[in-house]
Design a protein around this ligand. Structure first.
Ligand code: FES
Ligand code: FES
Length: 161
């Protein structure tokens, strides 16, 4: 694929045309700069911090490590796509309520990671929560508030059953 060609990406349930793209562009770059989806954050761009976490075919991946052109046949979900509702998800609301959002830079990646965890495993152990977010670096919260937000989400889901 050369410049001036285009390819399609499935993101948040919609097909997007990516025009005039260099084949080596990362999914992170394409999401943010070409598709206008700035929720996915870029920090290290080396797969170390998790701020760019998205779902690719229902697996949590670092978008900075995926070449966008290799995702042509995949379903991508970004933080903008975890709900079609205009209100916050219960995970997002718990992050706000429990003070797990401080500078907020890590938050979209953590939200995607926690959303994914609870979809797969609605009653995770403390170890499983730690494991699920072990790739998401937060320099502000010390993680205690993040764990509290996950616990609050689980509690409220259990209470709503
Ligand atoms: S920006 Fe992708 S892991 Fe840090
Ligand atoms: S809230 Fe600042 S890095 Fe996590």
């Amino acid at each position: 694929m050369s410049a001036n060609e285009f390819y399609s990406l499935r993101v948040n349930g919609k097909t997007h045309q990516v025009q005039d793209s260099w084949v080596g562009e990362s999914l992170l770059y394409v999401l943010r700069e070409r598709l206008g989806l700035p929720g996915t954050k870029g920090a290290c761009e080396q797969g170390e911090c998790g701020s760019c976490t998205v779902l690719m075919d229902d697996a949590a991946v670092c978008a900075c490590l995926v070449m966008a052109a290799t995702a042509i046949n995949s379903e991508i979900v970004t933080v903008e796509g975890i709900t079609t509702d205009s209100t916050l998800t219960d995970v997002q609301q718990s992050f706000v309520d429990e003070g797990a959002v401080q500078c907020g830079f890590c938050t979209p990646g953590l939200i995607v990671a926690v959303h994914h965890l609870l979809e797969k495993n609605p009653q995770p152990s403390e170890f499983e929560v730690k494991e699920a977010i072990s790739g998401n670096i937060c320099r502000c919260t010390g993680y205690g508030r993040v764990f509290a937000a996950v616990e609050a989400t689980i509690r409220s889901r259990n209470a709503g059953k």
